[in-house]
Ligand binder design. Structure first.
Ligand SMILES: Cc1cc2nc3c(=O)[nH]c(=O)nc-3n(C[C@H](O)[C@H](O)[C@H](O)COP(=O)(O)OP(=O)(O)OC[C@H]3O[C@@H](n4cnc5c(N)ncnc54)[C@H](O)[C@@H]3O)c2cc1C
Length: 443
């Protein structure tokens, strides 16, 4: 038994695990254990898609060998417990970088595929799954299924963004991206309100590999900073050894992130970034992974943890709905440490139930203050669903089954490929409470 928390740390208790070697042996001998299983990567999901309290977790992190790296094509094959940080360390001396990276490098390859994660370049590269060329999936029929766009294509599509429900991914191949440097040529542009941001977003995406905006959620003007970046061409592929960074060593008895501290933080952050009018060459770590520099920063939210709400709002609705969502969060008296806005482009993922699709995505982090936070999250769900948007399952631990079904009306397609021996708290709490419809009617 171990806690195997998710990043939000709202539901914390000891959890049963089955070691990968045992799970693999049992699954290979047709059927696996009596209890449902679910792979656990590195627990960087915020909610309960990586939990399985009616069964056991299979912690995959120890299976992290790099199996092959083709320097000509940039295709790297590894066991799925390898982290993105380990992939970067292996590949960048040869001039390659991840084609898509989320905002933390402590995610495993398996977790990145199972949630089909996105980065700051969705407009130019799509989601992580667009770059997966093959994977090996162990299912409770005892077989290791090699899946790719050409072979077992439907199982491949179901596993990308399949939230671990199709079986245990043992290894995967990913096509990396050749780059001119690990360094990022970064520009910042401050804006006084969202209208300015929306005016600039198209050009920012068209002219740059990466673009993302930070919003001062506590300011009624919705001011913010638009960050754009491209890999520099200075040939720097050196990875600096991590220095002894800051870390939150202990569980704090309360959240230090409240309206007062965050208003002060936002003021300092906005002013310091807005002053930077010249382009700057910076490290990939500070551009992609600023929060990784503070170890265990989620402890700042105190013992009750945090909720992240991430939505996608259709392009045609975003200019009206996103200001309403920010206003709703202020009216509720809740402060978000990190409010991020980004436009997803039109590159389709092979994933059957992937989160990312065209639209603007807004993410906000809130300290868990119990019923008042839950009420705000419900309001944000309603605003999202009413305009035809969707809420991100792998950031969630409380959305209703109806909210999930509204955002993912095709959920039953994944249920068709779910391994009967695999399940999760999220899936039981949402999909499995919904009425089943004939698959012919599923969008
Ligand atoms: C600071 C921070 C920033 C983030 N930024 C982003 C972002 O920019 N974009 C984004 O998309 N996400 C982002 N995330 C979320 C994170 O990228 C995803 O939740 C990711 O999937 C977590 O991967 P993990 O390895 O920790 O897996 P876990 O969270 O442990 O598990 C995630 C899912 O993967 C499944 N899984 C893991 N390994 C396997 C396997 N071997 N076989 C089958 N299934 C498996 C699990 O069952 C589970 O369903 C961020 C998270 C944090 C904490």
């Amino acid at each position: 038994m171990s806690s195997y928390d998710s990043f939000g740390r709202v539901q914390r208790h000891m959890r049963d695990i089955v070691l990968p070697s045992v799970a693999i042996r049992e699954l290979r001998s047709h059927g696996g254990t009596d209890q449902p299983l679910l792979a656990y990567g590195n627990g960087r999901s915020y909610g309960d898609t990586c939990h399985n309290d009616d069964g056991a977790l299979v912690p995959m992190r120890s299976r992290n060998a790099i199996l092959d790296f083709d320097l000509q094509t940039g295709v790297i094959t590894a066991e799925t417990g390898v982290t993105l940080e380990e992939l970067i360390a292996h590949a960048t001396p040869h001039g390659y970088f991840l084609p898509v990276t989320p905002g933390t490098r402590y995610v495993t390859l398996g977790g990145a595929i199972a949630n089909d994660v996105h980065g700051k370049n969705h407009h130019s590269r799509g989601s992580f799954g667009c770059h997966v060329t093959a994977l090996e999936l162990l299912r409770s029929d005892g077989g290791v299924h090699v899946c790719s766009p050409q072979e077992n294509a439907e199982l491949f599509q179901a596993s990308i963004g399949g939230m671990g429900l199709t079986g245990l991914m043992l290894s995967a191949s990913l096509r990396l991206m050749p780059v001119g440097s690990l360094d990022i040529d970064e520009r910042v542009m401050s804006f006084g309100g969202l209208a300015e941001y929306f005016d600039a977003a198209d050009a920012a995406d068209a002219g740059n590999e990466y673009s993302v905006a930070w919003i001062d959620q506590l300011s009624t003007s919705n001011r913010g900073i638009l960050f754009t970046g491209n890999h520099a061409n200075n040939g720097n592929f050196r990875i600096k050894k991590p220095t002894m960074g800051l870390s939150v060593p202990l569980e704090l008895p309360f959240s230090v992130l409240n309206r007062v501290t965050l208003a002060a933080f936002n003021q300092v952050y906005f002013t310091s970034k807005a002053r930077r009018t010249q382009p700057q060459i910076g490290s990939y770590r500070s551009f992609f992974y600023p929060l990784d520099t503070i170890g265990n920063w989620n402890r700042l939210y105190g013992p009750k943890g945090l909720h992240q709400h991430q939505s996608i709002i259709p392009l045609s609705e975003a200019q009206a709905v996103i200001p309403q969502m920010l206003e709703a969060s202020r009216d509720a008296g809740q402060a978000s440490l990190l409010t991020v806005l980004k436009r997803f482009g039109h590159i389709r993922s092979p994933g059957m139930l992937s989160f990312a699709r065209p639209g603007y995505t807004l993410a906000m982090d809130f300290a868990n203050q119990g019923p008042s936070t839950l009420a705000l999250l419900e309001t944000l769900d309603r605003l999202t669903v009413e305009c035809g948007g969707r809420v991100n399952p792998y950031k969630d631990q409380r959305m209703s089954a109806a909210t999930f079904a509204a955002g993912f009306p095709e959920w039953q397609k994944l249920e068709r490929f779910r391994d009967p021996r695999f399940s999760s708290n999220f899936w039981r709490r949402t999909a499995l409470t919904l009425p089943q419809r004939s698959l012919a009617l599923v969008k």
